[in-house]
Ligand binder design. Structure first.
Ligand code: CTP
Ligand code: MG
Length: 217
């Protein structure tokens, strides 16, 4: 694959943020003058050639106004439905597609670079992972060896043709790299970022706000 072949990002932002709660979905909360979604989109736009943003149908018109130069489409009931909606709007000549959670606004352009480079080096999928720092036990009290565990992050990068193919059968997964692995594709891991956390619960907000504030200083 030529290194110059277009790389597109799908930023999935069509969730309800049920665990976070609140009046608007978490990705529309403002931190240091821009929404969580805009923070995510800005990094995607700096790291790749084009961006598709997948939004809740009812927020499509409102969000398009503050997102310039990106393609906006409506998402679906599940994250996988939303990825498919985004994929349908990615130009056919894209060679690499990156999928990123809008709820991870701290992911760096360097992290995109590592994931994309792995595809250029021949992988079908590349996923950032970090080690698990907590001691882990199951709900029924079994201890789990954390050295065998990795937490999976986004941005995940894919050879575009393979991502399109695995989504043809409309599978459900919170993680697209897992779908590629099930289809016997080559999935590699790249070093994730300790602070690339997903805005999930209200307590995450102060941490993410602190991290983003540092970036603008
Ligand atoms: N997402 C999406 N479409 C869906 C569900 C999720 O685009 N139908 C997006 C979210 O907007 C988010 C990312 O997928 O950026 C990761 O999902 P998650 O953090 O679970 O967000 P929500 O599903 O919105 O939150 P919750 O699970 O608490 O409802
Ligand atoms: Mg969810």
């Amino acid at each position: 694959m030529p290194a110059a072949a277009p790389v597109w990002t799908i930023v999935v932002a069509a969730g309800n943020g049920t665990r976070f709660g609140g009046e608007v979905p978490k990705q529309f909360l403002e931190i240091s003058g821009r929404t969580v979604l805009t923070w995510s989109v800005n990094t995607a736009a700096s790291a790749t050639d084009g961006v598709v943003v997948v939004l809740p149908q009812q927020h499509l018109a409102g969000a398009e106004q503050f997102l310039e130069g990106v393609t906006c489409v409506a998402g679906g009931d599940t994250r996988s439905d939303s990825v498919r909606a985004g994929l349908a709007a990615v130009p056919q000549d894209a060679a690499v597609v990156v999928v990123h959670d809008a709820a991870r606004p701290v992911a760096s352009a360097a992290l995109y670079g590592r994931a994309i480079a792995a595809i250029h080096h021949g992988a079908d999928a590349a996923t950032p992972v970090v080690s698990v720092v907590d001691t882990i036990r199951t709900v029924d009290g079994q201890m789990v060896d954390r050295d065998k565990l990795r937490a999976v992050q986004t941005p995940q990068a894919f050879r575009a043709s393979i991502l399109r193919r695995v989504h043809e059968s409309e599978p459900e997964a919170t993680d697209d790299a897992g779908l590629i692995a099930q289809a016997a594709g080559t999935v590699v891991t790249v070093a994730g970022e300790r602070w690339n956390i997903k805005l999930t619960e209200p307590a995450d907000l102060a941490v993410i706000a602190g991290l983003l504030n540092e970036q603008i200083q």
